[in-house]
Design a protein around this ligand. Structure first.
Ligand code: ATP
Ligand code: MG
Length: 226
């Protein structure tokens, strides 16, 4: 099965406001896609539906061919744990835990031995945070919080990675490192969805979509013209 994630005719309303309108989409193994669009256009809403964090008003979401429509919250949490890594636009770290503990949090429920702590430290080192392992979120900058959130999402090598503006608040060198991390997950078979305003990052994915008036439109690059 090559499709990791599928949306069929997804609609999302808040009250009478239609935010997402009949979006259909598939994410294949080993591919990365970008979603761009104006602020308030529904990108975070769409990503949170893909990440099983909120339900659509109508339509179907399938993860590895499992339709989530009939699942209860416990089953959804299990599916999220098994398949999904999420880099939130607002880092959503646990304030009472240190940076290292936050990165390791998804592993608490899945015993994978002592190696996991070293892997968490290695990720934080890769993102230039070795000197901040014991700091709590309130003692960290926005860019540092974002990198910790990314390390947390990558730790268990989930098959589906969803990242909401992952390079915001980062200087160009760190933004490059973060982009590389997300994009190389493809070589291990992951499917990656990146919401971004960073066109340079979008250009490095396999396909870019524009979310406009609640619908997803593929952007066709005219390579011959460049
Ligand atoms: N829980 C909610 N209840 C009501 N309206 C909401 C809710 N969450 C989001 N919205 C509205 O839905 C619209 C889309 O929000 P969303 O956060 O998905 O946009 P976005 O494309 O991610 O924007 P940005 O680029 O600024 O992050 C906005 O108009 C927002 O006010
Ligand atoms: Mg957003």
């Amino acid at each position: 099965m090559n499709t990791l994630l599928e949306l069929r005719n997804i609609e999302k309303k808040y009250g009478d406001d239609v935010i997402i309108s009949k979006v259909s989409f598939t994410l294949a193994k080993g591919t990365a896609i970008a979603i761009i669009g104006h602020s308030g256009g529904g990108k975070t809403t769409l990503l949170s539906i893909m990440g099983l964090l909120q339900r659509a008003t109508s339509g179907n979401v399938l993860v590895d061919a499992i339709d989530i429509g009939g699942l209860d919250s416990y089953q959804l949490a299990n599916l999220r744990g098994q398949y999904l890594g999420f880099v939130f636009q607002r880092a959503r770290l646990i304030n009472s835990l240190t940076a290292l503990e936050n990165v390791m949090a998804p592993a608490w429920f899945i015993r994978r031995g002592d190696k996991i702590e070293q892997q968490a430290k290695d990720l934080l080192e890769r993102f230039g945070l070795s000197h901040r392992l014991d700091h709590k979120p309130q003692e960290l900058s926005l860019g540092q919080l974002r990198r910790i959130s990314l390390a947390r999402a990558l730790l268990l090598k989930p098959p589906i990675l969803l990242a909401d503006e992952p390079t915001n608040d980062l200087d160009p060198a760190l933004a490059k490192e973060v982009a590389e991390c997300l994009l190389t997950a493809r070589t291990e078979g992951a499917g990656v969805v990146i919401v971004t305003h960073d066109l340079n990052l979008a250009n490095q994915t396999d396909q870019t979509f524009h979310l406009e008036n609640g619908t997803l439109k593929p952007i066709i690059y005219d390579n011959a013209a460049s």
